[in-house]
Design a protein around this ligand. Sequence first.
Ligand SMILES: [Zn+2]
Ligand SMILES: [Zn+2]
Length: 160
Amino acid sequence: MPYIALIPKTYILKEWLSVETPVIKPPEGFSPALQKALAWCPCCEKETPFGLDGRLGYARCVGCGISERDFYVRQFNGLWSDDALDKFVRAVEKSRRKYDRPFPWEQAGQMEQKACLVCKKPFTPAGNRQKYCTGCGEAVRKEQRKQAVYRQRKKEREGA
Ligand SMILES: [Zn+2]
Ligand SMILES: [Zn+2]
C-alpha cells in the first residue's frame, strides 16, 4: 500500500489548504504525555508518538505525519502558547524519534526544488515555507533558539 493511502485525504487537504474537516476529540479528561513526546492525534484517533521532522523542525505524528502546528493538535494537547509548543518540540527532539518518511505531496511531485538561502545548494522543500536545506535549517534553528534564550534571560535580568 503506498504511504499516501494511510492518510485520510481530508486531512491532507486541511493541513495545507485549510479545508474544514471533522476531527476526533480525545476522551474527556485526557491529558497527553507531552514530556514523553506523545500527543493526541486527531487524525489517528489516539495518543501517538511524535517524531522530529528534521527538515522543517516540526514534530509530526509518526502515524500520519500531521504536525504539532495543526490547529487541532494544538487545541487537544494544550499547545496554544508558543512556549508550550516549543517545549513539546524539545521533548520530541530529546526522544530522538525521527519522522523521516517522505511527505505525501513529495510523492505526488508537487514540490519543486529550491535553492537553500544559506549554502545555495538545491533541495526539495517539504513545505512552502522551507527556506534552507536540512543541514542549514538545523543550524539556523539552533541559532534562533539560542537567541530566544538570550533575549529571555536579558528580559529577566532587566525585570529584576
Ligand atoms: Zn496521526
Ligand atoms: Zn543549505
